[in-house]
Design a protein around this ligand. Sequence first.
Ligand code: SIN
Length: 336
Amino acid sequence: MISSSRTPNTLRRVVILGVGGTIAASAASATQTHDYKLTGTLDTVLKQVPQLSEIANISSEQVANVASHEIDNAVLLRLARRVNEHLADPTVNGVVVTHGTDTLEETAYFLHLVVKSGKPVVVTGAMRPSSALSADGPLNLYNAVRVAISEDASGMGVLVVLDERVVSARDVMKSHTSATDAFRASDSVELGALSGGKVRFAAFPLRKHTCSTSFDLTAVETFPQVDIVYGYQNAGTHFFSAAIEAGARGIVFAATGNGSLSEAAKAGALLAREHGVAVVRSSRVAAGAVSECADDARYDTIAADTLNPPKARILLMLGLAHAMDTAALRRAFGIY
Ligand code: SIN
């Protein structure tokens, strides 16, 4: 736990929660930007950005310290609970989460749906380890706190800040394996940008989030298993069968194009529905919506709208945990 020593009473209070990721990682040399290890903690990251104490009254907590491809539902639940607990404290003005970038969009969207506060929540990370030449983590964290102390960020749901861009958690997508500008809105709808230490917002998210969703984690202990099945040429139904046999309660089909179902996928969807497993049609294409179509009535599937497969999985998992039937799930995919 660290606290700012500079005029804390005049500054807004931001809690930074560490989850791990490249922002806390290092490599053997400054030119090595791959094949690094998670060697540090949130405290190590904070020491690299002493300027934070000039703009906010910072306190911090390590909620987990893992690479983000290791994050499971238990970590998601713990993180969401800590975010909600901190935001319920009237002295806290906002929360920042430092997170690995690989699954950042999943955690950010999960928080976007379950946080019960209008205060700013900002998720950030780094594409380069802390030891790298031009490491991006320190400025990303500084900018994330800048957004978290901005009154304009209230009521916008969870925001993702990397590379001086502000993107809604609902629309953000990691779109490059290594570039520092990897985080973009899937349909180029960015909410704002930072430059010269100033945040400039240009848009407001219209989909329901945070306090206006029907999701409440108070009584949730675990989530139903939801798997993603990928669509490709010559695919069979065996991944649908395997997911059903492994106990999935929901399947997101990462379909080709506008959510097209091959004959094998149609058979897989019918098999899933016979077993009471919900099936969502998303797309493996990076942008655009999957529209409702006649196949949804024939195969009892649900169109994912503009949610990509990992985020459709998060919404389906939450919907099933809240006992939503197909009609309620269809509504949820239309409004969240
Ligand atoms: C991770 O997601 O934890 C590793 C990759 C990254 O943070 O950029």
